[in-house]
Design a protein around this ligand. Structure first.
Ligand SMILES: *Cc1c(COP(=O)(O)O)cnc(C)c1O
Length: 354
C-alpha cells in the first residue's frame, strides 16, 4: 500500500499514483482520495485517519474508499449509517504510538462489532503504526510488535504494521500489507543513514540556477540581518530559490549545494526567493550554472540534518510555483528485473546488483 498523502510527499499525487503499480494507495484526507478517483485511479484507496464526519461515509461508499476506524465514535457513525454499499474497514489499534487507535484490549470486541455492522464490508482488517521503527535496535518497537500480535491473535483479518522504517529495518513487522511512504520517493526513513545506504535513489532533484555573481569587499555583510560577513574580498553567488519554493529558511551558513556538480556552501540567510553562495572555491562559476539543492548527487537527508528538519518535511514542502519536469526512467524489462532481483544479490559486485 503506497502512501501518497501530502501530494505524494511533494511529488504530485496523481502523477505518482499513475506511476506506481501499487495494490492500494494510502491518503490522509478524503479530498486526496477524491482527486485520485477523479483522475481515474481505480485501485483501493485507504483513508488513514478514517472519516471526520458522518457526511463523508456516503462518499466513501460511492467511491469505494476504504477507511480506518481508530475510535469508538467512528464505529458509531458506521452503525447509524445507511450506505448504498458497505465500506471496507481497517481497525486501527494503538500499539504504543498513542496518537490514533483503539486500546489493544478493546480490539477483539470492536472487531466483532464491526464485522456485524451492515455498513461494513466483510473481512475487516487490522493495523497499527510504529513510533520508533527508525531507530535501529529499539525495545519499544519490539514491544509494539508484541502488543499488536497479542491484540490481533486469533482475529481472522489481514494485518498491517510496517512503514518504510519497519519495511527496511524490522522484517518481523511486515505481516500481510506494508505501507511504504518515504522510501518510495528514494529517501531514507532512518536518522542515521542516507538513501544510498538503503539502496534507494532519489526520485526528486530540486534544482535552480545561478542568477548573479558579485565581487564583494572584505567586511561586507550578506543578506537580511547581515548574518554572514565576507572574511576577504570574494565572489558571492546568488541562486534563484528560497523558502517561497520550499527551501528551508533555517538552513544555516555552510549548508551544501551542488554548483555545476561541485559542492558549494550557502552563506547568509535564506530569503523568500534567493540564497547566497560562497564562490571562493568556484572561480569558474558563471551566471546560469545549475545549482542542485537536493536530489541526485546531494542527499536530501544531508540538507534536512543541516536545517534541523527531516527529509519528509523538505520533500512535501516544495511549493506550487516550482516547475516540475518529468524525466522518464525506462522500466526494466522482465529479464532485467530477474537479473536485478535474483541473480546477483550477494554474489557479484555490489554495482551489478542494483
Ligand atoms: C505516512 C504513513 C505511512 C508511511 O510512512 P513512511 O515513514 O513515509 O514510510 C505509513 N502508515 C501510516 C499510518 C502513515 O500515516
Amino acid at each position: 500500500m503506497a502512501a501518497v498523502k501530502a501530494n505524494a510527499y511533494g511529488h504530485g499525487l496523481v502523477r505518482v499514483a499513475r506511476a506506481l503499480d501499487a495494490d492500494a494507495f494510502a491518503v490522509a484526507a478524503i479530498e486526496e482520495a477524491l482527486i485520485l478517483r477523479e483522475a481515474g485511479i481505480n485501485r483501493p484507496i485507504l483513508l488513514l485517519e478514517g472519516v471526520f464526519e458522518a457526511a463523508e461515509l456516503p462518499l466513501c461508499a460511492r467511491h469505494g474508499l476504504e477507511i480506518v476506524v481508530h475510535h469508538p465514535e467512528q464505529a458509531r457513525l458506521l452503525e447509524s449509517a445507511r450506505l448504498e454499499r458497505p465500506v471496507r474497514v481497517w481497525l486501527k489499534i494503538d500499539s504504543g504510538m498513542h496518537r490514533l487507535g483503539l486500546d489493544p484490549e478493546r480490539a477483539p470486541a470492536a472487531f466483532q462489532l464491526l464485522r456485524a455492522c451492515p455498513a461494513v464490508a466483510p473481512a475487516v482488517r487490522l493495523m497499527s503504526h510504529l513510533a520508533r521503527a527508525d531507530e535501529r535496535d529499539c525495545a519499544y518497537t519490539r514491544q509494539q510488535l508484541h502488543t499488536f500480535e497479542t491484540a490481533t491473535a486469533g482475529l481472522p483479518g489481514e494485518r498491517s504494521l510496517a512503514n518504510s522504517a519497519g519495511i527496511l529495518g524490522w522484517p518481523q513487522t511486515h505481516f500481510d500489507w506494508v505501507r511504504p511512504g518515504i522510501m518510495l520517493y528514494g529517501a531514507s526513513p532512518f536518522a542515521d543513514s542516507l538513501a544510498s545506504d538503503e539502496d534507494l535513489r532519489p526520485v526528486m532533484t530540486f534544482h535552480t540556477r545561478l542568477i548573479a555573481i558579485n565581487r564583494l569587499r572584505r567586511g561586507e555583510p550578506i543578506g537580511y540581518g547581515g548574518t554572514w560577513t565576507c572574511p576577504e574580498e570574494m565572489d558571492v553567488g546568488v541562486a534563484a530559490v528560497g523558502y517561497g519554493d520550499g527551501y528551508p529558511r533555517h538552513a544555516p551558513s555552510g549548508t551544501p549545494v551542488l554548483l555545476d556538480g561541485r559542492a558549494a556552501a550557502l552563506i547568509g540567510r535564506v530569503s523568500m526567493d534567493m540564497i547566497t553562495l560562497d564562490l571562493r572555491q568556484h572561480p569558474e562559476a558563471r551566471i546560469g550554472d545549475p545549482v542542485v539543492l537536493w536530489g541526485e548527487g546531494l542527499p536530501v537527508e544531508r540538507i534536512a540534518r543541516a536545517a534541523g528538519t527531516i527529509s519528509y518535511a523538505l520533500l512535501c514542502g516544495v511549493t506550487a510555483r516550482v516547475r516540475v519536469e518529468i524525466l522518464q526512467i525506462p522500466a526494466p524489462s522482465p529479464s532485467e528485473r530477474w537479473e536485478r532481483d535474483y541473480s546477483t544479490r550477494g554474489e557479484d559486485s555490489e554495482e551489478e546488483s542494483r
